[in-house]
Design a protein around this ligand. Structure first.
Ligand SMILES: Cc1cc2nc3c(=O)[nH]c(=O)nc-3n(C[C@H](O)[C@H](O)[C@H](O)COP(=O)(O)OP(=O)(O)OC[C@H]3O[C@@H](n4cnc5c(N)ncnc54)[C@H](O)[C@@H]3O)c2cc1C
Length: 467
């Protein structure tokens, strides 16, 4: 942590989600005397959106359990928190933020401003999805506690649910609704599931498991909602190859087709916006405007491996940017790595998946060698071993690791090793020669995470021997 700097700076944070909340905490840790204010337009203080599917499932007993830092916490830390208060204007010249709760207006001066405004659900063009600017009853997005509660109130055991979008959140919700006893259909416009997370062959492993539990339509657009007296009855989908339409009976529909960054205020004060639509930030979470920082889902940074722009969409990244923005805004020093690893994971229908670095399709401009290995979490003779498949992409001729993906047992922790390797520029030889832990009830002598490196090393050796 940075050194305590007692300079009493005025720091204003717009948005009290995970990124804004973390910013405030690290600003406080850095400067015990700073005046820190958070304006949050929602009802709840810093909570975990990532936990929403599990609160709907009932694994987390109450939505309010998702609150990670309460109003009392912020009070104790002398961080001023305004809930249900929307920042409507920022006067950059006078360094004033103007916020409103109903008709009541509050303004705060700032030395440093942090935009942590998050993102909004992206809803594809589906006919008849809403009436009078409201979704038909039974249709939902999932972004807030209120969205989660609303989905929960529409869940009926034995009835039919449809998820639009087979990304991480869509599949987490498919699992949740299946656990709640609904008959679930997943509709995905692309030819495969988890298209941004895994390569084709790895996502096929997940597909096999998912199809044991839900009906899956890939390569189908959701085109239209049919309703009866304002409540959804069917989702019409179109086969992208044949153009044929089909109507899926549904009582509940969750749209999980991604989000777009909320940048209204950022644009208003002249922050540069990147290609993906997020606020451009650097490794210190600084925007193009002096003393204005931005963090989390509203921002754009770039990929560590390819350098391509990426819109930040993970809590894991938002909180790290929050550490940087909070520390720097309060006078400390904290720089993030020179790009995003996009280390990601989830679990659905009992299958753990994880990945780090770009998918193969995004490595077109590099010469790579790929390896894949299917192993077990325990020695073959030991009961209870679970399958684990790993795939890695290695740059040629340097041997540098660029990406890794895993499906199966402890996929996340195995992938974390590769996150460390990529961040530190390790080669496949560095990783495959790593001495991993071994004891029969815990791990095999040689772990899949090094064996997959051996596969690549053998391919590289063969290639070198080729005339
Ligand atoms: C269902 C679900 C599951 C997820 N699972 C994972 C996961 O497993 N792992 C992972 O890494 N990420 C996950 N994510 C993504 C992660 O939750 C987000 O990346 C993270 O919440 C972003 O935090 P944020 O603070 O940037 O944005 P948000 O949490 O959206 O917070 C932004 C806040 O700004 C407020 N705001 C906006 N404009 C104003 C204004 N003008 N005035 C005042 N307040 C304003 C909003 O009300 C909002 O509360 C998941 C997301 C969802 C929805």
């Amino acid at each position: 942590m940075g050194v305590l700097v007692m300079n009493g700076k005025k720091i204003v944070i717009v948005g009290g989600g995970a990124s804004g909340g973390t910013t405030a905490q690290f600003a406080r840790k850095t400067d015990r005397a700073a005046h820190i204010t958070i304006f949050e337009k929602g009802k709840y203080p810093h909570y975990s959106k990532c936990g929403l599917p599990y609160a709907i499932a009932g694994i987390v007993p109450d939505f309010l359990n998702l609150i990670e830092f309460s109003e009392e916490y912020f009070n104790k830390e002398h961080i001023e928190l305004f809930l249900e208060t929307t920042v409507e204007d920022i006067d950059l010249k006078r360094r004033i933020v103007i916020a409103k709760k109903g008709t009541e207006s509050t303004s705060r001066e700032f030395d440093a401003l942090v935009l942590a405004t998050g993102s909004m659900p992206m809803v594809p063009p589906i006919q008849n999805i809403q009436t009078h600017n409201r979704f038909y009853s039974g249709i939902h997005v999932l972004r807030t506690i209120d969205d989660g509660r609303s989905i929960l109130s529409d869940i009926r055991k034995g009835k039919k649910a449809t998820i639009i979008g087979a990304g991480l959140i869509g599949l987490e919700m498919a699992d949740t609704l299946h656990k709640k006893g609904m008959q679930v259909t997943v509709v995905e416009a692309l030819p495969r599931i988890l298209a941004n997370t895994l390569d084709d062959d790895m996502s096929d492993l997940v597909r096999e498991t998912i199809q044991e539990h839900v009906t899956l339509y890939t390569n189908h657009f959701a085109t239209q909602i049919k309703d009866k007296q304002g409540a959804v009855t069917h989702l019409v989908i179109k086969n992208r190859e044949t153009n044929e339409d089909a109507a899926i009976e549904t009582d509940l529909c969750v749209i999980a087709t991604g989000t777009k960054p909320e940048t209204t205020l950022a644009k208003h004060i002249g922050c540069a916006i990147g290609k993906t639509g997020g606020i451009l930030v650097n490794e210190n979470a600084e925007t193009s405007v002096k003393n204005v920082y931005a963090v989390g889902d509203c921002t754009e940074y770039h990929d560590f491996v390819t350098g391509e722009p990426i819109c930040v969409g993970f809590g894991s990244i938002g909180v790290r940017q929050g550490i940087a923005a909070g520390t720097n805004a309060a006078g400390g020093t904290y720089s993030l790595p020179k790009g995003l690893l996009m280390t990601r994971t989830s679990e659905f229908f009992g299958l753990e998946i994880a990945a780090v670095g770009p998918i193969q399709a995004s490595l077109k401009n590099k010469t790579i060698i790929t390896g894949k290995y299917k192993g077990s979490s325990l020695p073959d003779y030991f009961p209870g071993g679970k399958p684990i498949t790993m795939k890695i992409h290695v740059e040629e001729p340097s041997g540098r690791i660029l990406a890794a993906q895993a499906v199966g047992s402890n996929a996340a922790q195995r992938t974390n090793v590769y996150a460390c390797a990529i961040l530190n520029g390790l080669t496949v030889d560095d990783v495959r020669k790593m001495e991993t832990t071994y004891a029969p009830p815990i791990a095999p002598t040689l772990d899949t995470l090094t064996l997959v490196g051996d596969v690549v090393a053998l391919k590289r050796a063969r290639k070198k021997r080729e005339p």
